[in-house]
Write a protein that binds this ligand. Structure first.
Ligand SMILES: CC(C)(COP(=O)(O)OP(=O)(O)OC[C@H]1O[C@@H](n2cnc3c(N)ncnc32)[C@H](O)[C@@H]1OP(=O)(O)O)[C@@H](O)C(=O)NCCC(=O)NCCS
Length: 310
């Protein structure tokens, strides 16, 4: 077995069965190439480490360059792990462990303080990450509401216009000013989100104190749900106002799978949403070159939204 980086990988095509088996992603080498060129987290990175046997990719561990803001306002560069997978025919032979170690060595050389990853405690991978020195740091709260059936509710379909990333970024920067976490965004990052998350003006409401980004009609016409991807507002009044507007545009049900702001959670509660504070899903962290612990570096509240999932 040989370990190579994504950039050294001769044929990327065998990533398709590997990632489809592991995650149900039909990996498309062409669109991925485009994403690598624009995503600031991948642009200058090896993208990932891959185990190759007889010309086939049998395992993968993706790596990202990520940037965080600490409790004292300084910028801290960290590593991000994604796409951890081994072909079913090759599991339990140490493939993933070898690739994770290659990723950690890479982060060490880069001088990154921590390595981050998202997983679920329901997966066997969780035990592997614990073995490798990761600990659970953050869960995500969720909010759900089944909307009253409204006969003849007419959802107004707007003409597609351009998504105002500049205004969104301005409000976001104000909102996260004194927060620690994945809170540093720039134009390039916003553009990447627009592309990779298919953000569009019709799925966004902006007012002067906040904005909501959402997706409607996920899962086909028989599941008419609205998924709130990011609701950011400078005060609880604006949060409630935006939420009411999103509800007006929604049919049947509405949900937010990642609420990391207590004030927003209270707003969801006050509008009758079902709240779950715990999740199987967990952000795990491993110190690499860290001088201080995670809590000393970021405090009690590490902020991100579902748009920052990786
Ligand atoms: C999780 C996964 C990547 C592990 O890959 P792997 O190459 O088999 O991992 P390793 O052989 O290095 O295993 C390392 C350790 O993980 C744990 N582990 C892996 N598979 C396990 C299983 N089926 N049951 C229990 N523990 C398991 C064990 O502690 C193992 O060490 P051990 O074999 O010495 O007991 C692989 O099962 C997979 O692709 N799963 C589907 C995709 C996925 O869930 N990815 C993670 C998303 S966050």
């Amino acid at each position: 077995m040989k370990i190579v980086t994504y950039r050294e990988l001769e044929s990327k095509n065998s990533l398709l069965p590997l990632l489809d088996h592991a995650f149900g992603w039909t990996f498309n080498p062409r669109t991925f190439e485009t994403i690598i060129k624009i995503d600031p987290r991948l642009k200058n990175s090896p993208v990932g480490f891959f185990a190759v046997e007889k010309g086939n990719v049998i395992g993968s561990v993706g790596v990202m360059d990520m940037v965080t803001r600490t409790l004292n306002g300084s910028i801290e560069y960290v590593g991000g792990i994604y796409g951890v997978a081994t072909l079913p025919s090759h599991v339990r032979k140490g493939v993933s462990t070898a690739l994770m170690n290659a990723a950690h060595q890479h982060f060490k050389v880069k001088g990154y303080s921590f390595s981050f990853l998202w997983t679920s405690r329901a997966l066997v991978a969780h035990a592997m990450y614990e073995k490798l020195g990761y600990v659970d740091m953050l869960e995500r709260s969720t909010a759900y509401k089944v909307l009253e059936a409204e006969k003849n509710k007419c959802i107004h379909k707007e003409k597609a216009s351009k998504l105002d990333l500049k205004d969104i970024l301005k409000i976001y920067d104000k909102y996260v000013k004194s927060r620690a976490g994945f809170v540093l965004r720039d134009k390039a990052y916003m553009n990447t989100l627009r592309r990779t998350e298919s953000l569009s003006a019709k799925d966004c409401i902006i007012d002067k104190d906040g904005y909501a980004i959402f997706k409607t009609n996920l899962g086909g016409p028989w599941i008419r749900g609205t998924w709130i991807r990011e609701l950011v507002a400078l005060n609880a009044g604006a949060m409630g106002r935006l939420l009411r507007l999103v509800e007006k545009k929604s049919k049947d049900l509405i949900y937010d799978r990642a609420v990391f702001d207590d004030a927003l959670l209270e707003v969801y509660k006050s509008r009758g949403y079902m709240i779950q504070k715990r999740s199987h899903s967990t952000l795990m962290v491993k110190p690499i070159n860290a001088k201080e612990s995670f809590k000393q570096t970021y405090g009690e509240k590490f902020y991100l939204t579902s748009l920052d999932f990786f």
